[in-house]
Design a protein around this ligand. Structure first.
Ligand code: SAM
Ligand code: SF4
Ligand code: F3S
Length: 463
């Protein structure tokens, strides 16, 4: 479970803190949801609220939810029960459900979860102040309208739980792909790109405020496409946007997520190779190693296509970190299909992967068309094999780094000890090294010689 709380208060809100109403926000799911919570915090501050880290003292509790797997929804439901208990001793408290579960369940939420007061979908956050007013008057408020053009481009996010070094920047919303297993197109609506001028302004502002890494976010960043609508003006592609952000300063690292194997272009790969500050790291979810299963998933590429993209990445960016997502036990997956996923993992040698077993989501193409016919024990056995193999390859990948020198952006103290720094290298691997008097601080770059490793961390000494 991941929790996001407001940590940075602006002067004007601090001044008003004693008499203003307090909000508490908790976020689940993908980075886009966490970025959305920062937009929500900004809208609420504009409406006179201040943030709190303690939900018991909040007048407004917001839960930004995720529907991607059934398990995610269960976790959120049990959290809602805890907030409902807090509301019993604080009856004026409002509870708001935001995000993908709000969009999926709509007003059903109000019937199912009796003490929820507001249900607000991902494209309706601007209406929050109005909805809160309605809810204050005792009305249950719902706005789950999806939009074709909302990108919140003009709203300056309030950075939540920030280390002051890394920040997420949304560059687009929604998704036009129809992967048959996936609920996102239903909860987030049609794809739309954000004005590049506002993206660059946000990144510049972050840099000027000491941030040293931005991650550009979209469900499928390669299909970023902006046109002003003015005849004669050129369109802006993802590669061009990436290049413009990288041009802000060589000291600002740029990452992005997520790339789709069918859309990632050579132009993007050349751009990464050209700029030292665009990280050599690509998250390229494959989902399955079997062409037959990929077709059923409606991923629109084959195993061979995926392998060819990985070869191209390695050719153009030889030291690129590549990570992936995998789903075990999708509808009709045979043992042979599963073995193909394992062999693809061996061939690609991903540095790391997010691995799941298939969870049927109501309303998706797969739920409507294909029986969820792999028993749960079998899904879990296959997932287990995938995880074991990936862990072994991750270990080997880290061992291959022993003796090399990594340029590390320092993010803060290591989790285990305040006498060591923690940061990440270009390939997105976590690097820990002792603080040895070179006068480094958060946000600095350090050259670190890698001397030891675990499955998830590189350990070294700064030069
Ligand atoms: N847009 C990205 C993409 O296309 O890869 C990521 C989408 S989703 C937020 C993140 C991951 O969740 C997916 O890549 C997939 O592996 C997993 N996922 C999505 N739907 C799922 C489902 N019904 N059951 C299990 N895993 C799922
Ligand atoms: Fe879901 Fe596919 Fe869109 Fe990713 S690309 S969000 S998996 S529909
Ligand atoms: Fe979850 Fe919605 Fe993201 S379903 S993964 S929060 S887009």
């Amino acid at each position: 479970m991941e929790t996001n709380v407001l940590t940075r208060k602006h002067d004007e809100t601090r001044q008003a803190a004693s008499d203003s109403r307090k909000f508490y926000i908790e976020s689940y799911g993908c980075a886009m949801n966490f970025a959305d919570s920062e937009v929500v915090a900004s809208i609420l501050q504009g409406a006179g609220f201040t943030g709190t880290r303690d939900f018991r003292e909040a007048d407004l509790v917001l839960v930004n939810t995720c529907s991607i797997r059934e398990k995610a929804e269960q976790t959120i439901r049990s959290r809602l029960h805890i907030f409902r208990q807090a509301k019993r001793s604080h009856p004026s408290m409002l509870i708001a459900v935001l995000g993908c579960m709000a969009e999926r369940l709509k007003s059903k939420f109000l019937e199912e979860e009796k003490l929820v007061d507001l249900v607000v979908g991902p494209d309706a956050y601007r209406t929050l102040p109005l909805l809160i007013e309605e809810a204050d008057g005792g009305q249950k408020s719902v706005n789950v309208l999806l939009s074709r053009d909302e990108t919140y481009a003009d709203i300056a996010p309030v950075r939540l739980n920030s280390n002051g070094v890394n920040a997420f920047v949304s560059i687009m919303r929604g998704c036009n792909n129809m992967c048959s297993f996936c609920v996102v197109p239903l909860t987030r609506g049609r794809e739309r790109s954000r004005n590049p001028g506002s993206i660059l302004a946000e990144c510049r502002d972050l840099f000027e405020n000491g941030f040293r890494e931005v991650t550009l976010l979209g469900q499928n960043v390669d299909s970023y496409h902006w046109h002003s609508g003015v005849e004669g003006e050129p369109a802006v592609s993802f590669a061009e946007l990436l290049e413009n952000v990288a041009g802000i300063s060589p000291l600002l690292r740029v990452r992005f997520s997520t790339s789709h194997p069918k859309d990632i272009t050579d132009e993007v790969l050349h751009t990464i190779a050209r700029y030292e500050n665009i990280c050599n790291y690509i998250h390229l979810p494959v989902q399955s190693g079997s062409t037959r299963v990929l077709q059923r998933m409606n991923r629109t590429y084959t195993r061979e296509w995926y392998l060819a993209r990985v070869r191209r990445i390695r050719e153009l960016i030889p030291d690129c970190g590549i990570t992936s997502d995998m789903i075990a036990g999708f509808c009709s997956e045979t043992e042979e299909d599963h073995q193909e996923t394992l062999s693809l993992i061996r061939e690609c040698r991903f540095d790391m992967s997010y691995m799941y077993f298939y969870s049927e989501r109501p309303g998706t193409l797969a739920a409507r068309r294909y029986p969820d016919d792999i028993p749960e024990v079998e899904k879990k056995r296959r997932l287990d094999e995938i995880v074991k193999l990936q862990n072994q390859i991750s270990q080997e990948s880290n061992r291959n780094d022993l003796g090399t020198i990594s340029k590390v952006l320092i993010e803060g103290d290591s989790k285990k000890s305040a006498t060591a720094w923690m940061g990440r290298n270009s390939q997105n691997k976590v690097v820990v090294f002792p603080k040895t008097g070179q006068g480094f601080k958060k946000g600095d770059y350090a050259l670190v010689k890698i001397e030891q490793c675990t499955g998830a961390t590189l350990i070294g000494q700064s030069l």
